[in-house]
Design a protein around this ligand. Structure first.
Ligand code: ZN
Length: 285
């Protein structure tokens, strides 16, 4: 099942994607895609619906974030050995974790704004994991039972803010528009093996990233288990699981986003995103 939220920012309605790729309106069934929908019971109830019985949404509305209230967004650094190598970082012995401010999160095709003063805005295609159950200290074996589904994430990153402004990476990861998620949440039953998904990213039609989740250092189950030792994961929380090689920072010479660029990215079975890159302006001040 593919769940989405569609419509203008702040006024999204819940929907599901039918077999023809059309959006079906779920707002007669649920108010929104929230924590109580993401658990096993909630998803089972939606899976029992006949999509043809739901109103078909006409036109091409915007896709919002597929979860209404993302309580926290955890990101994993250096989780592909080839990406660690291109940025001259060692392959970590334990997962490297950082937070992305939830104000950075946006829809799959929303405009990306280069922050004021930025000259090193970069891209990172990643597999996003959306938690479905309250998760504390879960074992690796049971960890995937706590996952509602998966989505494409672009973990946009300002490398100067991240690496040259002192302190933690959070400064370079949390700018507004730096967290497109979606277009859909694809439920876990449709992704039997999250460790065999191709993921790719292009800027202006040039393919920079071409990876597969099988080369993650720490897989999804290991990450959910590991993170839940340190904090409680809640339904609607998102874990972005790291990026493969091919980011702008790793190119020789490094190459960064500029106004007018178009980013396209996708993951097998999870859909694709497309973002126009624009300069910071007074309207974003
Ligand atoms: Zn990342």
């Amino acid at each position: 099942m593919k769940l989405c939220r569609y419509g203008k920012p702040g006024a999204e309605k819940p929907g599901l994607i039918d077999g023809d790729g059309a959006i079906r309106d779920l707002s007669g069934v649920i108010a929104d895609i929230t924590a109580n929908v993401l658990g096993h019971g909630g998803l089972r109830r939606l899976a029992a619906l006949d999509p043809a019985s739901l109103p078909r949404v006409e036109g091409s509305p915007r896709y919002g974030v597929p979860v209404a209230h993302v309580g926290k967004m955890l990101c994993v650094g250096m989780n592909y050995a080839d990406h660690a190598a291109e940025t001259n970082a060692p392959v970590p012995e334990q997962p490297v974790l950082f937070m992305k401010a939830t104000t950075a999160i946006g829809g799959a095709n929303d405009t990306v704004v280069i922050p004021r003063g930025s000259v090193k805005t970069d891209w990172e295609v990643e597999l996003g994991v959306i938690i479905g159950e309250v998760t504390r200290d879960v074992s690796v074996e049971r960890a995937l039972d706590h996952v509602a589904g998966y989505a494409v994430v672009n973990d946009l990153s300002e490398r100067e803010f991240q690496l040259e402004h002192g302190g933690q990476w959070v400064k370079g990861k949390s700018c507004d528009t730096f967290g497109p998620i979606g277009p859909w949440l694809v439920t876990r039953d449709e992704v039997p093996d999250p460790q065999n998904l191709s993921l790719w990213l292009e800027v202006n039609g040039h393919r920079y990233q071409n990876g597969n989740t099988r080369t993650m250092v720490f897989g999804v189950a290991a990450l959910v288990s590991y993170i839940s030792r340190y904090m409680t994961l809640m339904p609607g929380d998102v874990i972005s699981t790291g990026t493969p090689a091919g980011v702008g920072l790793g190119l020789k010479p490094p190459t960064y986003l500029k106004p007018g660029d178009v980013i396209e990215l996708g993951i097998d079975g999870l859909g694709r995103q497309r973002q126009d890159v624009v300069a910071h302006s007074a309207s974003h001040a």
